[in-house]
Design a protein around this ligand. Structure first.
Ligand code: FAD
Length: 311
């Protein structure tokens, strides 16, 4: 099923999705198989698989997405970036995605390589996410004669790190939607006010697509410091104080992170967010705790199992 379809059926309740990344090693792949089994058991609507940073491990993105869809029967999306791919290479990847029966793509520009000042597109490729979205829509027209893929793009409640200001960044988001994106998934954030302000601004710029908040449960202080330093998300001062008190105690940090994620999720859903996209970091136990605590009837946890996912 295409991603935008999930957001049409309000009566089904909020749409819950997970994001995982392709491991770099064979051992990592074996472990991920078990994690996917656990994650699919929770009953998410769909799972997305990132395109390895700098285009690394990209064959695995499709392999994992196919496994999720074809073995576990859960809808999936392949992330695709402009990094390391010419237009011809992008077409080759799109054909592979199509032939694997995958109907959804998270279309992303990709990050500036560490040490570089700006994003330099590969020869004969693209500099911005909106160009990639446009390329996919053109590919469908030329090769498939119909609109086929559900396309999600990234949105930045605290502004993308390279954007001069929020206004410019929102205008650039509008380009991606106008180029054919169906939904927006946000970068992670720890203060829901950023999300609600972002949605309001997006609507005032005529962006009508569903905007799905992206949340990353904190599992250790080191992990979240590394990730926030890369993506520009800020940690509110009260949360930072609590985390500073357990810098070397991952168990305590994890408990704080899970409680924080549950509180954020509850407020987002209560105030009308259409769903939540969780950056699960290739782990499943914390997601059982988080999803089990949400007031969503189809995710009720009892007898060690989640209730069946109601279509
Ligand atoms: P863009 O939309 O191209 O925006 C990048 C910057 O360019 C912004 O500052 C924007 O304001 C500016 N801009 C856009 N259009 C124009 C224009 N016409 N003129 C001037 N400036 C413009 N990274 C990976 O490596 N692999 C992944 O799988 C991956 N998945 C992600 C999924 C989500 C939901 C999100 C939010 C991020 C993901 N990332 C991933 C990280 C992503 O690569 C970085 O955030 C990247 O820096 C921006 O990607 P984008 O598609 O949002 O870029």
């Amino acid at each position: 099923m295409r991603l935008p379809e999930y957001f049409k059926y309000g009566e089904k309740g909020p749409v819950i999705s997970f994001e995982i990344f392709p491991p770099k090693t064979e051992k990592g792949m074996e472990n991920l198989g078990m994690v996917i089994e656990e994650l699919t058991g929770i009953g998410p609507d769909f799972i997305t698989v990132t395109y390895g940073a700098m285009g690394s491990a990209r064959e695995r993105t499709l392999e994992i997405a196919s496994l999720i869809k074809n073995r576990f029967g859960v809808e999936t999306a392949c992330h695709l970036t402009c990094v390391g791919s010419s237009r011809e290479e992008l077409d080759r990847l799109l054909i592979q995605i199509y032939e694997s029966g995958i109907e959804n793509i998270v279309a992303i520009r990709g990050d500036v390589p560490s040490g570089a000042q700006e994003f330099i597109p590969p020869p004969d490729s693209y500099k911005y996410g909106y160009e990639l979205v446009r390329h996919i829509r053109q590919f469908e027209e030329d090769r498939l004669n119909r609109r086929y893929f559900g396309i999600a793009v990234g949105g930045y409640p605290e502004k993308h790190t390279e954007a001069p200001d929020m206004e410019t960044d929102i205008k650039n988001l509008k380009h991606k939607v106008d180029a054919g994106a169906d939904i927006v998934i946000t970068q992670l954030f720890f203060d829901n006010r950023h999300y609600f302000d972002f949605v309001e601004r997006a609507r005032s710029h005529g962006i009508k697509t569903p905007i799905i908040p992206g949340l990353m449960p904190i599992l250790s202080v080191k992990q979240i410091e590394r990730i926030t330093s890369m993506c520009g998300a800020t940690i509110p001062s009260d949360l930072r104080k609590r985390l500073d008190a357990c810098k070397d105690d991952n168990e305590k940090a994890r408990a704080i992170g899970i409680a924080q994620c549950i509180d954020q999720s509850k407020e987002l859903l209560a105030r009308g967010a259409p769903g939540i996209h969780f950056y699960v970091l290739n782990k499943s136990d914390h997601m059982k705790e988080i999803i089990g605590a949400l007031p969503v009837s189809r995710f009720k946890y009892s007898g060690g199992k989640f209730a069946a996912n109601i279509p």
